[in-house]
Design a protein around this ligand. Structure first.
Ligand SMILES: Nc1ncnc2c1ncn2[C@@H]1O[C@H](COP(=O)(O)OP(=O)(O)OP(=O)(O)O)[C@@H](O)[C@H]1O
Ligand SMILES: [Mg+2]
Length: 232
């Protein structure tokens, strides 16, 4: 892996969006490093750069300046194919809006990343994950036959289906009630430890955010505070 055990390493990471004639500096040159297996919350007001940071780490967008290493690779030096490979085999994503495929059952939704990764021998893993998130009896339901909390659990199972090294979650509980939101964070903590998955989750929810090992506070594109959470 290189990088002294860091799975994500941002150095003077800058992201500028160009919108018409306007330049928007979403990240102003941040430094942050995340260790394998760490659970990190990214918090901060709307517009602080949380989604921008997750999208860069997730190979969904390219940074403008500085360096961003994920699993020892400098992301801007990867070609399209290598980026795709990173997303398919090493990264998992959970979004606020679930993004389940409505024509597919819960089980098929979770199998999708395994099929995309051409890893058919591991199709059974999808079933295991749905059992793990407490949806044994919902596997053959279509998204419209699931509650919001159940859909988000399917989305979490799907994000884990390719056995990612890093799980990226952008406001994963924004559409859930307190109990379901807590359930998702419990799952992150347990599965993260069991599978030694590194988790980076953006949230506005202070109570949930502080359940991580660390909280990175962003404000106006800069890191305001990088806080290790000591648990007793
Ligand atoms: N595609 C884009 N083009 C231009 N500007 C953008 C784009 N995406 C984000 N921005 C701007 O970059 C800044 C950071 O946005 P970002 O989405 O990262 O914030 P955020 O912390 O995720 O906010 P929220 O809590 O509302 O989700 C904002 O000022 C936003 O308006
Ligand atoms: Mg956002």
């Amino acid at each position: 892996m290189g990088n002294n055990g860091y799975i994500i390493k941002a150095e003077a990471l800058k992201k500028v969006y160009h919108l018409y004639a306007e330049e928007i500096v979403a990240l102003k040159g941040i430094n942050a490093a995340v260790k394998k297996g760490e659970f990190v919350s990214v918090m901060g007001p709307s517009g602080a750069g949380k989604t921008t940071f997750l999208n860069l780490v997730g190979c969904l967008d390219k940074h403008t300046e500085g360096r961003l290493e994920v699993l020892g690779s400098d992301l801007n030096s990867l070609n399209e194919n290598q980026q795709r490979n990173m997303r398919l085999h090493h990264l998992g994503f959970v979004f606020q809006e679930f993004f389940l495929v409505k024509e597919l059952t819960a089980l098929e939704n979770v199998q999708l990343p395994i099929i995309f990764a051409d890893d058919y021998k591991n199709l059974g893993w999808a079933k295991h994950l749905l059992e793990r998130v407490g949806l044994t009896k919902r596997m053959n339901h279509f998204p419209k036959e699931l509650s919001g909390g159940e859909m988000q659990r399917v989305a979490v199972a799907r994000a884990l289906a390719n056995k990612p090294d890093i799980l990226l979650a952008d406001e994963p509980t924004g559409n859930l009630d307190t109990k379901n939101a807590q359930g998702i964070y419990d799952l992150f903590r347990q599965l993260g430890k069991e599978e030694s998955i590194t988790i980076v989750a953006a949230t506005h929810n202070v109570k949930l955010g502080y359940q991580a090992d660390r909280v990175i506070h962003l404000r106006e594109g800069s890191i305001e505070k990088d806080e290790v959470i000591v648990k007793f």
